[in-house]
Design a protein around this ligand. Structure first.
Ligand code: ATP
Ligand code: MG
Length: 780
């Protein structure tokens, strides 16, 4: 039963097969983009189960995103059947959470710990900075947290850091780290970096725990190894290195078989502590390792590959690779120099229309950019033209206020020590528990050394508390306790969530509101309930449950499992699934695109100062990292690649004139077909410069010249089409587009005709009152 050995090796070339069947020593597969590393890793898992008769529970495979993990698991299941379900295929973070849920009591935390995301961390660090009386101008939560994160990735706890501070500022940072960590512990919460650091500490401190997992995981496989940081490396090392430290009376366990795959040229997470040396030094770190090189690329046309090789060739100190493809040359790369970012977005949108008119699928198209903020202009054009699109990353569903509120309720029910969540919902919706009452309760907590929740329950003893507040607090406590009893009874996550929304008054408040945004909030909450329901219906969904128990049908996923799933959702997990979204264009940053592939790719914003990022311009290592990002971007494309830049781009409201990206100069001239060059662009916009400087990259091709006239015609038409301003007739709830604030929703209107003023909510830009006669708004 099951596939034969031949079937498992089908569709693999020689070195790929060698990697699948390799046994006995640590294995490193290094290879350029699209050479089948991920495919080989997946097949190897199936091979290990099918041919080498390994128990699926003895396999630990690490991917970069949950989505990739899900796909890999599915693929292996297709190959060897349902028993594959119990293997651990997950991100580093998810794997660590699973270990910690079982073992963290040894480190003095409770197993129902909360996982704090970036926003929670900022709140907590904000409290710390206030608490320590640090200068709020010099110490902002973001940078302090970044510093803390770097230390955690290096496995340095507050004590280690405090030991070698070199000056007063560092001393203050170290104090912030210490206090932040103490508060996390009091809240029984871990941040993302803690998940890895704590697991490593656990394995280092408790040899018997380490041996349990070493004995369990006989096969460890890591994808995208080039982006591991020191803590992740140490984790792998604990599990797989030859281990001289023996526990008395225990037999020596052979180290697990380790396979890592990666590409040093695609290392793009140094800013999060990723260490490119992990992959470069693998053979030293794991003596007797075998290396396999893959050189054939199966993803892209030769044109795309040559372009990618040419760009990355400008990095120093790398091992040159010969990546080739037999997919044929394919089409030339298409380049476009836009007047500004709006023109660039229009170009992309027009090209997509042409592709779709010619029978292509919009779902095959991805648009990449360097920073999240760049998505807005593309979104605006797609909204105008009615082109469905999906932004991966950006403001995520789980970051919306109402979703965070609902999750804060669930989190504090699951873990009442979670202060950040508890404080968030204590007076949300408003129930008359103000700052004064909170201060009284906090005073009680400090005096009697209680957690904030315990103090709330004894609020009658709080010094100076007003009777009205006390009544409100007691009502709140009664509600929470009632909801907690549902958690204790192992009620389903969706049922608990619905009760929370009803009992807390949250739904009622939104339903009573006539703010149009609240209608959207209601929809989002309905969506969250649907997510919870789907989760509860799937018996293997609970990632922290022991897979063996789940398999035996013993464990239904609980509220804790649901919260964990939600906490670990990453940007790339929102990528549309192939069949359901055929007409939807995908927008994402280059970082998010790692590991993915699309038939058609638009690489936009190729300007010095945008991509490469301004920060990297004077810094060789950073510039090389940007170049690797460019390599990642180019190599996502299978059939067609578009590159574009804008001569003028507004950043922070002020237009800036950026030279073309230096990466454009690094592309072979003959591979790019410039539809429009800067020369053409300049001639049109600035007649005085008609004979001015040539385009920075390449010479104007015939295509460029040919399109000069059409671009001119288009701009001409646009100028003629602009009528004298009409005052748009608006109603509350209407969606509008403003030239500089972007998309917004009309909240209120005053006055009429020439004096009409609209209050418009522009989301992160805030609510603006605009005189419609002048305001450049357009009704959508
Ligand atoms: P990246 O570096 O971007 O992560 P990768 O090395 O992991 O790329 P894969 O994603 O595994 O590459 O493979 C790239 C594409 O090539 C996939 O569509 C895969 O199915 C296909 N592929 C890999 N190996 C072969 C092969 N031997 N024959 C045919 N197609 C292959
Ligand atoms: Mg891959």
């Amino acid at each position: 039963r099951g596939p034969t050995a031949d079937e498992l090796l089908e569709g693999l070339n020689e070195p790929q097969r060698a990697a699948v069947v390799h046994a006995g020593t640590p294995l490193l597969v290094v290879a350029g983009a699209g050479s089948g590393k991920t495919r080989v890793l997946t097949r190897r898992i199936a091979w290990i189960i099918q041919e080498r008769k390994a128990h699926p529970g003895s396999i630990l495979a690490i991917t970069f995103t949950n989505k990739a993990a899900g796909e890999m698991k599915e693929r292996v299941e297709e190959l060897v059947g349902k028993r594959a379900r119990i293997m651990w295929v997950s991100t580093f973070h998810s794997a660590c959470v699973r270990i910690l849920r079982k073992e963290i009591d040894k480190l003095g935390y409770k197993s129902n710990f909360s996982i704090y995301d970036a926003a929670d961390q900022k709140r907590l660090m904000g409290l710390v900075i206030k608490d320590l009386d640090l200068d709020a101008k010099k110490f902002q939560p973001g940078p302090v947290l970044h510093w803390v994160s770097n230390h955690k990735n290096e496995l340095r706890d507050p004590d280690d850091v405090a030991k070698d501070v070199r000056n007063h500022v560092e001393e203050q940072y170290a104090a912030a780290y210490t206090s932040y960590q103490r508060r996390l512990r009091e809240a029984n919460a871990l941040d993302f970096d803690d998940l890895i650091m704590m697991t490593v500490h656990l394995l280092q401190t408790f040899p018997e725990v380490r041996e349990t997992y070493r004995r369990r995981f006989r096969h460890v496989l890591v994808d995208e190894y080039q982006d591991t940081n020191h803590a992740q490396y140490a984790l792998i090392h604990q599990l797989c290195a030859d281990n001289p430290e023996l526990i008395e009376g225990e037999e020596r366990v052979e180290p697990a078989e380790l396979m890592v795959v990666g590409d040093a040229d695609q290392s793009i997470y140094a800013f999060r502590g990723a260490n490119i040396r992990n992959i470069m030094d693998f053979e030293q770190d794991f003596p007797n390792a075998t290396s396999i090189l893959l050189e054939q690329n199966y993803r892209s046309t030769q044109t795309i590959l040559t372009a990618a090789n040419s760009v990355i060739g400008h990095n120093k100190g790398r091992k040159p690779k010969r990546l080739w493809s037999d997919a044929g040359d394919g089409e030339r790369i298409i380049g476009y120099v836009a007047d500004d970012e709006h023109d660039e977005a229009r170009f992309v949108s027009d090209e997509i229309d042409t592709l779709v008119d010619g029978g292509g699928r919009a779902g095959d198209v991805a648009v990449f950019y360097r920073t999240n903020a760049q998505s807005r202009v593309f979104e605006e054009v797609f909204i105008r033209t009615g082109q469905p699109y999906k932004v991966v990353g950006g403001v995520r569903f789980y970051e919306r206020r109402e979703v965070r509120d609902a999750l804060a309720y669930l989190r504090m029910l699951n873990n009442p020590d979670d202060q950040v969540s508890l404080r968030r919902i204590l007076n949300t919706p408003k129930r008359g528990i103000g700052d004064r009452a909170v201060a009284c309760v906090q005073a009680l907590a400090d005096r009697d050394r209680l957690t904030f929740w315990e103090a709330l329950r004894r609020a009658d003893q709080a010094p100076g508390i007003a009777t009205r507040s006390l009544t409100q607090i007691q009502g709140f406590v009664a509600m929470v306790e009632e909801l907690q009893s549902m958690v204790e009874a192992d009620e389903r996550a969706d049922v608990i969530l619905e009760s929370v929304l009803a009992r807390s008054g949250y739904l009622a408040e939104l339903e009573a509101s006539d703010d149009p945004q609240d209608a959207t909030r209601l929809e989002n909450l309905a969506e969250l309930v649907a997510v919870a329901r789907e989760f509860s219906d799937d018996p293997v969904a609970g990632p922290s449950a022991d897979p063996a128990d789940v398999d035996a049908g013993l464990v239904a996923p609980g509220l804790g499992d649901f919260l964990e799933r939600v906490a670990l959702v990453a940007d790339t997990d929102q990528i549309p699934d192939d069949d359901s979204d055929q007409g939807v264009v995908t927008l994402m940053t280059l970082h998010t695109a790692k590991g993915l592939e699309f038939p058609i790719v638009f690489l936009t914003g190729l300007e010095d100062g945008v991509f490469p990022h301004a920060r990297s311009l004077g810094d060789q290592p950073e510039l090389e990292e940007e170049r690797r990002l460019a390599y990642v971007g180019v190599t996502r494309a299978r059939e067609r690649l578009y590159i574009s830049r804008a001569v003028v781009r507004s950043a922070w409201g002020a237009p800036s004139h950026n030279p073309g990206s230096r990466f454009l100069d690094e592309l072979p001239v003959d591979l790019v077909d410039w539809r429009r060059t800067e020369a053409a662009q300049t001639r049109w916009n600035r007649p005085d410069l008609a004979s001015g400087s040539p385009a920075r990259m390449g010479s104007p091709t015939t295509a460029g010249r040919r399109n000069f006239s059409s671009a001119a015609a288009r701009a001409d038409a646009a100028a003629k089409a602009k009528p004298a301003r009409e005052i748009p007739s608006l109603e509350p709830g209407d969606r509008v587009l403003h030239d500089s604030f972007g998309m917004g929703t009309v909240v209120a209107l005053e006055g009429a005709a020439d004096k009409a003023v609209a209050s418009i909510d522009f989301g992160s830009e805030g609510v603006k009152r605009l005189l419609l006669r002048y305001a450049p708004v357009e009704k959508l």
